[in-house]
Ligand binder design. Structure first.
Ligand code: PLP
Length: 485
């Protein structure tokens, strides 16, 4: 019989191309420092280089990879460069990439336990491990009242937390009837924008999200929170949700979770703690104090995809009462009914998140944890913190620069002692040079440079070079000033 026509990649070709791809990626990482960290393309340049229409006939793998080099690479900002100090990192690692590759290889869709038991059970198990690794409260364990789930991002985790808080505060009636405009959520003026977005999506409304004032260290003023809650109650409103941040995006400020937690407890308000980047620090016992007060939290999230060497995307989201979350998000159509669910003995993670479908994300986290062990992870986190602290000390010692905020972990906020425009110019020139990438924020209304040490391969030499380059650009800028006669 004649062989059936097929356009699929033959298994042997897949094997060969797979090996080539791993080689390509390994070479990319080996030469990553030869590229400008921040992509230097102009808007539209990439699209202009791509054909206007898709190919009618399939193309060779060589042709595709040639365009990766020619068109794609110049448009890539190299987040995995050791000279990446911008935003917060989104770091990865060999074991993380390989775990992710395996997840693509299985390509299962783990919406229900029954649709791939390993996808669910590994996730539950690894997230229980992480409770112990970070020293989180036992209530977040799946063997207690709570449990953990992997979300794509902290934004999704915080949205789920807010939805569950909304339902709990309204005796689970809002899903049915919609919001009545009386529910109030609270976070600090320094919280991540994802909380504002969550308030929009959850129907709380931006007007009903109170942005609580911060102290001189950019941490939430718990007294101001208590006052605002009291004021809202007196006005007949219903406070339902507080989000505290452990490591704000702008300055790495740590909200006083103990005090905030007590206020939430007294007022029966859901407390969510967003530790998107900084939570990873708690792998090291000496940094675990950042989680003081978590015993009061109803939910908590952090992103191994930021600082724990686990490729994007991977957010660990924990709840103290899984029933509240499941009751909030569960909808059971006939076509998803199955015996395992009906026994009540399994977790169906579709009820713990917004989408139905889900990838096998726990594989990469499992690979990372098994490869590094707690010891390896702690080692590298300590290195990053030590390097950032050294950088902060160099800033303190140079009279041309100043620290703009405390640097509790691996983020240093600083300024050249000059106007905002000067700082902007220094940053733009550094980023245009391609030597490193750093970004800014505004603190006390002044432009502030942020230097975050968290990329997997960042070593002392990269931090030293970055500081040298920053000083060089500052000196150059000074020398360009018109001389007074
Ligand atoms: N929360 C904090 C404190 C963050 O720093 C960030 C991102 O930097 C986020 C939330 C949003 O993260 P994600 O991209 O995972 O939604």
């Amino acid at each position: 019989m004649a062989e059936e026509k097929s356009f699929h990649m033959a298994p042997d070709e897949f094997r060969r191309r797979g090996h080539e791809m791993v080689d390509w990626i390994a070479d990319y990482h080996a030469r990553i420092e030869s590229f400008p960290v921040l992509s230097q393309v102009e808007p539209g340049q990439m699209r202009n280089a791509l054909p206007a229409t898709p190919p009618q006939q399939g193309e060779s793998f060589e042709a595709i990879m040639a365009d990766v080099e020619k068109i794609i690479l110049p448009g890539v900002t190299h987040w995995q460069s050791p000279n990446f100090f911008a935003f917060f990192p989104s770091n990865g690692s060999g074991p993380g990439m390989l775990g992710d590759m395996l997840s693509s290889g299985f390509d299962v869709q783990g919406m229900l336990w029954a649709t791939s038991p390993a996808c669910t059970e590994l996730e539950t198990h690894v997230l229980d491990w992480v409770v112990g690794m970070l020293g989180l409260p036992d209530k977040f364990l799946s063997s207690r009242t709570g449990g953990g789930v992997i979300q794509d991002t902290a934004s999704s985790a915080s949205l789920c937390a807010l939805l569950a808080a909304r339902e709990r505060a309204t005796n689970f009636s809002t899903n049915q009837q919609g919001c009545n405009g009386k529910l109030i959520a609270y976070t600090s003026s320094q919280a991540h924008s994802s909380i504002e977005k969550a308030a929009q999506i959850a129907g709380i409304g931006r007007d009903n999200l109170r942005l609580i004032d911060v102290d001189e260290n950019f941490a939430m003023r718990s007294h101001a929170l208590a006052q605002q809650i009291e004021k809202d109650r007196r006005a007949g409103l219903v406070p339902c949700f507080v989000c505290a941040t452990v490591g704000t995006t702008s300055s790495n400020a740590i909200d006083p979770v103990v005090e905030i937690g007590r206020i939430c407890l007294q007022n029966n308000i859901w407390l969510h703690v967003d530790a998107a980047m900084s939570g990873t620090a708690a792998l090291c016992p000496e940094f675990r104090h950042i989680h003081n007060g978590l015993e009061f939290a109803d939910s908590y999230c952090f992103n191994p995809h930021k600082w724990m060497f686990t490729n994007f995307d991977c957010d660990c989201f924990y709840v103290a009462d899984r029933n509240a979350l499941i009751r909030t998000l569960s909808v059971v159509p006939e076509y998803l009914r199955n015996k395992a669910t009906e026994t009540g003995a399994v977790i169906d993670y579709r009820d713990w998140q917004i989408p139905l479908g889900r990838r096998f994300r726990s594989l990469k986290l499992w690979f990372v944890i098994r490869h590094y062990g707690a010891e390896g992870l702690q080692y590298h986190i300590r290195q990053h913190v030590a390097l950032a602290q050294e950088f902060a000390q160099w800033v303190r010692e140079n009279p041309c620069f100043e620290l703009a905020a405390p640097a509790p972990l691996n983020l240093v906020c600083f300024r050249f002692q000059g106007a905002d425009e000067a700082n902007q110019k220094i940053m733009d020139r550094l980023n245009r040079s391609g030597d490193l990438y750093l970004t800014h924020t505004k603190l006390n209304n002044r432009l502030t440079l942020r230097f975050c040490v968290g990329q997997t391969n960042t070593k002392r030499q990269h931090v030293e070079r970055a500081w040298r380059r920053i000083q060089e650009e500052a000196t150059k800028l000074e020398s360009e000033k018109p001389q007074e006669s």
